[in-house]
Design a protein around this ligand. Sequence first.
Ligand SMILES: Cc1ncc(COP(=O)(O)O)c(C=O)c1O
Length: 355
Amino acid sequence: MKIEKNLLSDAERKQKPQQVEDLSFGSVFTDHMLTMTYSGGKWHSPRITPYSLLELDPASLVLHYGQGIFEGMKAYRRGNDVFLFRPTQNISRFNRSASRMVMPKMDETFMLEAIEELICIERDWIPSKSGTSLYIRPTMIATERKLGVKPSDEYIFFIILSPVGPYFKEGFKPIRIMIAESYARAAPGGVGAAKTIGNYAASLKEEKRAKESGYSQVLWLDACDNKYLEEVGTMNVFVVFEDEIATPELGGTILPGITRDSVITLLRNWDMDVVERKISVDEVLAGVQDGHLTEMFGCGTAAIIAPIGVLGYQRKEYPISNGRIGNVTKRLYDELTGIQSGERKDNYGWVHSVC
Ligand SMILES: Cc1ncc(COP(=O)(O)O)c(C=O)c1O
């Protein structure tokens, strides 16, 4: 499919932010966006146009029943070259989310080409300082005009881009995490493994309580027993014990993170014992208290690796690694950011050159 283009002249383009790292994450957008329409049983009319408001019927199904999915990925600049990190993983996860939400799949080759074409047009927006990147948000929403719960017959797919600095205002410093007590994020058989919009709405109430209590994000526990670790806000979680490194297994209630997969691959290549299993909150708190738990960190595209310095649970605080960044956490951060910035060799074929 050929992508139609209606681009702004140089004079019409926006001023780019001088200090991306000072901006709050995802608050500035580039000059153009890509849009594509699904109707009559097929995707058509891909176009790159100036970034603008969407025109939506107020009865659009997404607004009432939440049939919407998205992805989050990053483009990095290395000198004059632009590249993506494991983009095909995001694209196949997008299609898995589409399948769970009864939405039409994308042609994966075309979706990668579309992302690349938009990024190349907006390449001057990609910041170059260490810790910065261009965040890419492919999204699909149900647009059929209908009040009635059903899969939509019409959709739009769009991609917007945002130059970003670090996700947490703290930067690469230990963050404070609150363990959820009152609510769960996702239940077995539900949509927790899909990157669908409602999952994030469901998380807001507990996230609000966490922020008000001085924490950055919520560590979710499972919905059945309120006992086993699930994931942290927009990150998967790893616990470093003296004798093994553990991460919650993928059971359909958490997002299969691409950073999680990269972390597991790196650890195994370093001959470290990493297991995917159930981890109870009691095991974690006991490990903190007897020193058997040495580090804990979250990982995701936005934050990459985020050391966890404090866990808050039932009005008590549990400091981890004495508030310092542990060796495993630091080694993973250095390796992943090193591969992404080109400073370290990519032995895994993760870096995808764009333009
Ligand atoms: C709920 C949730 N879990 C985990 C992750 C981490 O996934 P990834 O490493 O693919 O960014 C994200 C971020 O996309 C997320 O939103």
